[in-house]
Ligand binder design. Sequence first.
Ligand SMILES: Nc1ncnc2c1ncn2[C@@H]1O[C@H](COP(=O)(O)OP(=O)(O)OP(=O)(O)O)[C@@H](O)[C@H]1O
Ligand SMILES: [Mg+2]
Length: 260
Amino acid sequence: MDSAAPRFSAVGAGAALELRGVTRLFGALAALTDVTITVRPGERRAVLGSNGAGKTTLFNCVTGDFPPSSGTIRFFGEDITHFPPYERIRRGLRRTYQISALFPGLTVRDNVYLACRGVSRGRFSPLRPGANDALMHAAEALIQAVHLTPVREQRVAELAHGQQRQLEIALALAGAPRFILFDEPAAGLSPTERRELIDILTSLPAHIGYIIIEHDMDVALRVVESVTMMHNGRVFKEGLPHEIEADPEVQELYLGAGHE
Ligand SMILES: Nc1ncnc2c1ncn2[C@@H]1O[C@H](COP(=O)(O)OP(=O)(O)OP(=O)(O)O)[C@@H](O)[C@H]1O
Ligand SMILES: [Mg+2]
């Protein structure tokens, strides 16, 4: 970690997300080694790093899909290291996946409606009068937030790739998220779809923080205020976007690594 790091990793009373010494082993392979990262509430952070750097594993540790082998993870002050994924979701943590997890045979609206119902628990119980209307209303608002209102009656299988990725963001917004992990949402997008994505991310409510894994610096640097660069499962560097972009070591390691 370089000399700029303490500004970012000071122990955060009131941090949204705090990883301390997180290591994740897969057999003999250390996918993450001693990762310490602190993210403030509402902060928007990019995680960069070449293929296999450990970015998705970092997300898996935070969500509980593959919990850490050692180290601790706090979410808004609470130690969630050993919580099952649904307990983290209940506390307002969300993620999107590198590979789509949508219902292709259902419409956009039904996908978002189901996501809203899934995270709502008792609040919108089907037995309560008006509950369904409230859910539908919530779903329509999310569809609008990700610019999919014109295609809301279409089946997901008929959507363009970029629209599917926008829909995934709507699903992550269901319920009351406080923090979202986006795993390469811009992968495979056209230049127009990228601009749309940037617009959606920058228009999210200010209290929702996120970490975005993004290979495309042009996208990443437009939608975040801080950057963590990973290499071989470790935090290699942290800084402001323009610092990271101009850093010669980052350029050599990452930009020279022949990314798609
Ligand atoms: N479930 C798993 N079982 C075994 N090894 C894994 C598993 N998940 C990840 N790894 C290994 O851990 C390392 C880090 O993988 P990870 O998917 O976190 O990288 P990444 O930075 O997301 O890469 P990419 O840019 O290709 O998505 C790799 O060597 C990968 O093969
Ligand atoms: Mg990955």
